[in-house]
Ligand binder design. Structure first.
Ligand code: GLN
Length: 204
């Protein structure tokens, strides 16, 4: 069965996510049809959704302008998996501390933009992540820190004493970029494993 995976592509890194999604689907013995989302009307048909990194102020402006913001909220309300990375995490949070980012208020965390990697623009670290047997090679690029986490949010990984990977219901939010290595285990965990449990719940 082919899974339709939407990657919000109004700005930021998209092609690496498409490759990672296809690789994760293959690990699951399935195929993914990756759809780049730049306009409204496409999210509804997606089984899983990915909100990538980039510049959160720009992504925020464009997803609201294009009418995609409400569709992302509806996708999550339907219990369908969403992986939000870096600027994507900022966007789904409750508060980014920056009035230029109109957050979607879907994930019960507050974040601080550009909290990691200020000195050296980016760094890579092996990160133990709940649900993965080996540490994940995590690339941080002017990454947000998660400051406050609501009661319903599970912390999957921490760096420097702060959460950098969290899960709440169908949403996985990451401070880092899982698409910049050959390792697609997080795409697998957040999208395909999660989809399996959604489908198991909705089977009669
Ligand atoms: N610094 C960016 C922001 O605040 C996020 C960086 C990224 O997505 N790599 O929007």
């Amino acid at each position: 069965m082919t899974i339709r995976a939407g990657v919000v592509a109004v700005q930021g890194d998209v092609s690496e996510h498409a490759v990672a999604i296809e690789r994760a689907a293959a690990r699951h013995g399935t195929e993914a049809d990756v759809v780049e989302i730049r306009e409204s009307g496409l999210v509804e048909d997606c089984d899983v959704l990915l909100l990538p990194g980039g510049e959160s102020t720009t992504i925020s402006r464009l997803v609201h302008r294009e009418g995609i913001a409400d569709e992302i909220a509806a996708h999550v309300a339907a219990g369908k998996p969403l992986l939000a990375t870096c600027a994507g995490l900022i966007l789904v949070s409750m508060d980014s501390g920056d009035g230029r980012v109109e957050t979607l208020n879907l994930l019960d965390v507050t974040v601080e933009r550009n909290a990691f990697g200020r000195q050296r623009d980016s760094f890579e670290a092996p990160l133990p992540v709940t649900g993965l047997d080996e540490p994940f090679p995590s690339v941080f690029i002017r990454a947000p820190a998660i400051d406050e986490v609501g009661d319903d949010v599970d912390v999957l990984a921490e760096w420097d004493g702060k959460p950098v990977a969290v899960r709440q219901g169908p949403i996985v939010g990451l401070s880092f970029h899982p698409e910049l290595t050959d390792d697609s285990r997080i795409h697998d965990l957040a999208l395909f494993d999660a989809l399996k449990s959604v489908r198991a719940d909705t089977q009669p």
